[in-house]
Design a protein around this ligand. Structure first.
Ligand SMILES: [Zn+2]
Ligand SMILES: [Zn+2]
Length: 329
């Protein structure tokens, strides 16, 4: 009876299959279907590769293995791996940190296929000794996820939430390079969602509505300073809080040179705004326009301005103040 080597009914998500019998007879029939490649290996090394078609194994079409077995016509040992060249879909999801160490979660879908079966088997199947389709899929998913984590962590939280299209495109290019190294082609990547903690969502809200990244990024420092002051001997509870408005002021820009020797030019009168006043100006987080200090409603967009017990503007639905951490409501 003629030996038939064929991958019968490959599963929809099976990327490789190992022919279970390692003893091959000359004259065996090798059937390779469309979108498949069959690779002959021995001792972890790749010898001969067959594309789609029906092949009778002879000393002519297995020259390397024939040479290896010393020109003998008796059955020989080899591992036959079938590789599917079809496109596969994988789901991913994970956690990482942004450039400013904001924790983020992400998930999505990616599509890939084998581009170079010899490289794929060398790097993944043989290289990792993964001969089971499930193990290979898990390895690829972990590899993708690791790359995703690494590449996403190079971005800021604002980029991730405001320029996700740009981030996706750039990350995709980097992941494609990673995949090429495994003999795989990353066809496409879709980031379906990115999320962060409540606290970072509130900071983000602030960032996106006021654009004042510096103030938002100072918050941790301010909270730490306040906590330290609160701890110091003799200080009454809340001493640190009193200092917060000063700490929270944006760094003063360098004074521009006064072309008129410090005297305001005629016509400006007393209306020259002091930088100090500009710094104390509050900004409506909904429309971005300056509002009177302590305003309960924005005079421009009419939105109610929610405040913490210490008077800081807080995002809607916030459970604590993003500035001083006070509980709301
Ligand atoms: Zn407004
Ligand atoms: Zn507050």
């Amino acid at each position: 009876m003629v030996q038939v080597i064929e991958w019968v009914n490959p599963g929809g998500d099976e990327i490789i299959w190992r022919y279970p019998n390692e003893v091959i007879k000359w004259g065996a029939q090798l059937i390779v279907h469309e979108y498949e490649v069959a690779v002959f290996m021995r001792d972890g090394k790749i010898y001969d590769v067959f594309g789609p078609g029906r092949h009778t194994l002879t000393t002519q079409n297995l020259p390397l293995l024939y040479k290896l077995v010393g020109g003998s016509n008796s059955p020989f040992k080899a591992t036959v791996i079938f590789v599917s060249m079809k496109e596969f879909q994988g789901k991913y999801g994970g956690e990482t940190q942004t450039r400013e160490l904001a924790p983020i979660k992400y998930y999505g879908v990616y599509w890939f296929k084998v581009a170079d079966p010899v490289q794929f088997i060398t790097e993944v199947v043989g290289g990792q000794s993964l001969y089971d389709a499930g193990d290979v899929s898990r390895f690829i998913r972990a590899y993708f996820n690791e790359g995703m984590m690494k590449h996403l962590s190079a971005y800021s939280i604002v980029d991730l939430f405001q320029n996700l299209d740009m981030v996706s495109t750039q990350v995709k290019v980097k992941l494609m390079e990673d995949f090429r190294r495994l003999g795989l082609e990353l066809v496409d990547v879709k980031i379906e969602g990115v999320n962060t903690t409540d606290e970072w969502r509130q900071r983000l809200f602030w960032l996106m509505h006021t654009g004042n990244a510096q103030a938002v990024m100072q918050m941790d420092t301010v909270k730490q300073v306040a906590a330290e002051l609160g701890k110091s001997g003799g200080a009454s509870v809340g001493t640190g809080m009193v200092l917060i408005p000063q700490l929270m002021q944006p760094v003063q820009p360098a004074q521009p040179a006064q072309p008129f020797g410090g005297v305001p030019p005629a016509g400006y009168g007393g209306a020259v705004q002091q930088p100090q006043q500009v710094a104390q100006q509050e900004i409506c987080p909904y429309c971005g326009k300056p509002i009177p200090p302590g305003a309960r409603f924005c005079p421009y967009c009419g939105h109610e301005i929610k405040r913490c017990p210490n008077g800081h503007i807080v995002p809607e639905g916030a459970r604590f103040c993003p500035v001083c951490g006070a509980k709301i409501g």
